[in-house]
Design a protein around this ligand. Structure first.
Ligand SMILES: *[C@@H]1O[C@H](CO)[C@@H](O)[C@H](O)[C@H]1NC(C)=O
Ligand SMILES: CC(=O)N[C@H]1CO[C@H](CO)[C@@H](O)[C@@H]1O
Length: 249
């Protein structure tokens, strides 16, 4: 048997991954291994029905094999079309029906998150704030106190300066979860997405009041706000894409 005949006898016995490796050995091996007949056999092992057609559904069986063999890598996001520079947040907080906080905050300030929390913050909260998860955080000046037991609610509207539109992030949600050991009170709302993204739903925006002890068990001393989207968006780019997909009006 000639050298070439040996290769032609052995190649059909190989698994796709090995045959692919053979293709990178040298020109001659590549020429032989490229034979689409080998790749048709490999594809037919996984999708026998492709043999029902005279030609492959793609350019070649080799291409078909490669397309589905490659492990899906997590694809990098395209650069967001929006920047924090374009955003303003309108944040209002009520205790019972009394307004206790009402500010317009630019995206750049909210994004930064690199402020140092004031003295007296619990270690657990410090640890949380330093976690690698992406966070939008905001210091509150002046700090305000809330008696526990009062109904505290929050609204967040986001406006974009590039198109002069607004979207609702949180529509008067109540801080129902007060976690005294984590020094956070949390409220959420479901995000409303643009009709251009009909299959996206069920993503919650969470807003937390970050607080510290106030000498009394009954009162919390709020010094910061945090906004996050749990696992839905965990980097600045992802958060910006999420905002971009909102139902802007
Ligand atoms: C906000 O909530 C009010 C009252 O629940 C509701 O009528 C209104 O449609 C909501 N707005 C948005 C933008 O979801
Ligand atoms: C308060 C604060 O900014 N906490 C953290 C937010 O996340 C970044 C990293 O993504 C941290 O560096 C911050 O310390």
């Amino acid at each position: 048997m000639s050298y070439e005949e040996i290769l032609k006898a052995v190649f059909p016995l190989l698994e796709g991954r090995d045959l692919a490796a053979c293709m990178s050995v040298c020109k001659q091996w590549q020429e032989i291994a490229k034979d689409d007949y080998f790749w048709k056999c490999l594809c037919a092992k996984r999708w026998p029905s492709i043999c029902k057609q005279p030609s492959p559904p793609t350019l070649s069986y080799l291409k078909l094999f490669k397309t589905f063999y490659k492990r899906q890598k997590s694809r990098p996001l395209l650069p967001p079309r929006l920047s924090f520079n374009d955003l303003d947040f309108y944040i209002d907080i009520w205790s019972e029906e009394k307004l206790v906080y009402s500010e317009v905050v630019t995206g750049l300030v909210f994004r930064k998150g690199a402020w140092t929390p004031p003295a007296g913050v619990s270690d657990v909260l410090k640890f949380h704030l330093a976690s690698p998860e992406y966070n939008l955080t905001l210091p509150i000046h002046p700090r305000f106190n809330i008696p526990l037991g009062e109904t505290v609610s929050v609204s967040v509207l986001v406006a974009r300066k590039d198109s002069e539109k607004v979207a609702c992030v949180i529509n008067k949600s109540v801080f129902e979860y007060v976690d005294r050991s984590a020094y956070r009170a949390m409220a959420f709302d479901y995000l409303e997405f643009s009709p251009a993204h009909p299959f996206v739903s069920g993503i919650r925006a969470w807003i937390s009041l970050l607080f510290m002890d106030h000498g009394s068990e009954e009162v919390i001393d709020v010094f910061g706000i945090e906004l996050d989207f749990c696992d839905a968006a965990n980097s600045e780019e992802q958060v910006l894409w999420l905002f971009d997909m909102l139902d802007w009006k």
